[in-house]
Design a protein around this ligand. Structure first.
Ligand code: ATP
Length: 263
């Protein structure tokens, strides 16, 4: 995964452009001509009901699934043809839904996967940076990641990315299954990194994502149903966009999924 890929270079936030990106699973179109510009150092929240295509969009940006028609551009360079690991080397980091930790490895080992060949001092520095972001880690280095709570695992997943400078970070459903108190901590950490990287946040926790974001995008049936500056879009407008059927075929109204996504 990108989170585990060793990157020697340091990165600063870069622009991310998705130009008319589409993706189909066999005959099923999951994304249809999605165009989004994310200026360097800003936060873009990708919202929408279950099945809207959010995770597919995250995977297309990260290069985990191939870009079909359209292009993914980093700082004006088309990376559509690059595999996931090649995009990671350009500073594109990805936290997939669930975090993708290695449950049988310790917390420290998870943070240092992909760091083979780096000096002992550099590995120590990585752990120190992680503990500076999430202090509880300092007492848990030797614990198996699979034994941590869901929230703690998500903190380890996040710190695997945040210990390295990144150009663009894509996080798929940080909030999935987590208690509100943990979520507040995670969002506070993300807010503290604002501007250091370009952040794409796939979220069901709409209210908090709206607060953090500079730009909000609602997907519906794989298409952009609403897009705007977060300050110009109200929660009510976001909620309405969840119900929009933007397909020409006129599919039935989308299910919001999470019974309290606006809370
Ligand atoms: P959720 O919030 O429930 O995760 P989502 O907005 O992330 O939903 P996706 O997971 O991207 O939506 O799914 C978009 C559409 O593509 C859905 O109809 C889904 O069933 C379908 N889909 C997703 N992954 C696959 C796959 N690997 N193979 C086939 N169809 C898929």
């Amino acid at each position: 995964m990108a989170t585990a890929t060793r990157r020697k270079a340091t990165f600063t936030a870069t622009t991310l452009r998705l130009a008319s990106v589409s993706h189909s699973y066999g005959a099923l179109p999951a994304l249809r001509e999605v165009t989004i510009d994310v200026p360097a150092g800003t936060v873009c929240a990708i919202l929408g009901p279950n099945g809207a295509g959010k995770s597919t969009l995250a995977s297309v940006i990260a290069g985990v699934v191939p870009t079909g028609p359209g292009s993914v551009q980093l700082d004006g360079h088309d990376v559509s043809k690059l595999a996931h690991h090649a995009r990671a080397r350009l500073g594109l980091a990805y936290v997939p839904e669930g975090g993708a930790l290695f449950p049988g490895l310790t917390v420290a080992e998870n943070l240092l996967v992909g760091e083979r060949g780096t000096s002992r001092q550099d590995r120590k520095a990585i752990l120190e940076r992680a503990a500076a972001v999430f202090p509880f880690l300092a007492k848990r280095w030797n614990e198996r990641a699979g034994m941590l709570s869901g929230g703690e695992q998500q903190m380890v997943s996040l710190s695997r990315v945040l210990v390295h400078p990144s150009a663009v970070v894509v996080i798929d459903e940080l909030s999935h299954g987590l208690a509100p108190g943990i979520l507040e901590q995670l969002f506070a950490v993300l807010a503290s990194f604002r501007g250091e990287m370009t952040l794409v946040l796939i979220e069901q926790y709409v209210k908090r994502a709206h607060e953090l974001a500079d730009q909000v995008v609602v997907l519906s049936y794989g298409q952009v149903a609403l897009q705007g500056r977060a300050g110009d879009v109200t929660l009510a407008e976001l909620e309405d966009a969840y119900e929009l059927d933007v397909t020409e075929a006129g599919a039935p109204p989308a299910s919001v999924g999470d019974p309290s996504p606006m809370s």
